[in-house]
Design a protein around this ligand. Structure first.
Ligand SMILES: Cc1cc2nc3c(=O)[nH]c(=O)nc-3n(C[C@H](O)[C@H](O)[C@H](O)COP(=O)(O)O)c2cc1C
Length: 388
């Protein structure tokens, strides 16, 4: 696989003392503060259908390395997120002669990493799996994504997302024009859907599922605007940016599918009704439509990157599914603990973050630069050269 220009490594368990992310490869001279990261972290915790944990803590990412006087140094940037819920961890413990020991979880939960993880690592307590397989980890990727997003803003690139469907309520691919979409259109909706009427129906669908002890999934779209042509490459499979974006998005918990542009719907069309015709306007190449989703041959083509992601219904349900006890092998009902009912709105924010990180990596690969000044100079020079 190609070596990334922008690498990051996350660590931490859901109820451990903290989560950590180390980001390596950022140029020096990027202005960044903890405040820059706050809004995305809050958006990840929001959305109608979230469970109790989000009320316990408001995530803050503390910058503990790689930044001095408000600017990156070029050295690894480390962000730390305290798990405020950690103090309640003792609530998951039982008293023993030695003091407190964690309550053992043995009733396998369908749809979770429980069974696969226990078999793989030889665990007899499912908590040893769920503590890391939990989506709590995505808070670190949202924090890191905030740094990437700050860097991209210097190049006029912004990454937005919105909920397209929850359960059976779907505004459709044509239900929103991403070119004119504003942040306010999305964030004023409790489910991050720009269609007010559909938002009301989505909230009702979530409430109905919750009352019945059930859960819902859906789809969200991520759009990156202002992306220059030429990021990624067709010359080798692992350089293709659509493949790299798909991997980033599929690694988000509960994601079951991704499509670019017209995607699966487009597969049913004729070529003449699919491909984006090419034009030249005001000194730049344009496409008359964007059914390819901004990428051709794994390379950005100057149109917005446009992808859609499918989220499965949440696995933990008050109305538990049939299962087996990991250790006794007896029939039982799945373990239940505090859980979300629908996370599509939050997952969209995580989608934005991993897309921003992947584009930032591709931007650094194309334009290089150890400092922001150098990176901006290289970027400008390329953009000017293709505008002639
Ligand atoms: C933001 C977010 C929050 C989540 N919260 C829960 C939850 O409260 N309960 C649950 O059962 N699954 C939750 N999930 C999904 C599980 O983490 C996920 O389904 C599980 O780890 C298995 O991984 P997989 O679905 O990717 O195969 C959440 C996912 C995301 C993106």
């Amino acid at each position: 696989m190609i070596a990334s220009m922008l690498r990051f490594l996350t660590s931490g368990e859901s109820h451990g003392p903290q989560l950590t992310v180390v980001i390596e490869g950022l140029p020096a001279g990027l202005e960044i503060s903890e405040d820059d990261l706050r809004r995305d972290l809050a958006r990840r915790q929001g959305g109608h259908g979230r469970g109790g944990r989000q009320k316990i803590e408001t995530d803050v990412a503390r910058i503990v390395s790689g930044v001095r006087g408000g600017y990156t140094l070029g050295s690894p940037v480390t962000l730390v997120l305290e798990n405020k819920d950690h103090v309640n961890w003792t609530g998951q413990m039982t008293a023993s002669k030695e003091g407190f020991e964690p309550k053992v979880v043995t009733r396998l939960r369908p749809g979770h990493a429980d069974l696969a993880g226990a078999l793989k690592y030889g665990h007899t307590d499912i908590r040893n799996v769920l503590e890391r397989s939990s989506a709590r980890e995505t808070a670190t990727r949202v924090a890191a994504g905030g740094v990437a997003r700050k860097m991209l803003s210097h190049f006029g690139i912004d990454v937005v997302s919105f909920t397209q469907s929850i359960g059976k309520i779907d505004i459709g691919f044509e239900g929103c024009d991403p070119d004119i979409l504003t942040e306010d259109d999305v964030e004023r909706s409790p489910v991050r859907c720009p269609d007010p009427e559909a938002s009301i129906q989505m909230v009702a669908a979530i409430d109905e599922a919750a009352e019945q002890g059930d859960t819902l999934g859906g789809t969200f779209r991520v759009i990156a605007r202002g992306v220059p042509p030429g990021l990624g490459s067709y010359v080798h499979w692992d350089r293709k940016l659509d493949g790299r974006l798909a991997q980033a998005v599929l690694s988000i918990n509960a994601v079951k599918g991704v499509e670019f542009g017209a995607g699966f719907l487009g597969a049913g069309r004729r070529g003449s009704d699919f491909h984006d015709e090419i034009d030249y306007q005001e000194g730049r190449f344009r496409h008359l439509t964007n059914r390819a989703g901004g990428l051709t041959g794994g390379v950005t083509n100057g149109e917005p990157i446009d992808l859609r992601v499918a989220i499965k219904p949440i696995s933990t349900m008050k109305k538990p599914m049939r299962s087996i006890d990991l250790n006794t092998k007896e029939k039982t009902e799945a373990h239940y603990e505090r859980s979300d009912v629908c996370v599509v709105p939050a997952a969209g924010v995580i989608g934005e973050s991993v897309v921003a990180l992947t584009i930032a990596d591709a931007l650094l690969e194309k334009f290089g630069g150890d400092s922001m000044v150098e990176l901006e100079r290289n970027y400008r020079s390329f953009v000017e050269s293709i505008a002639q």
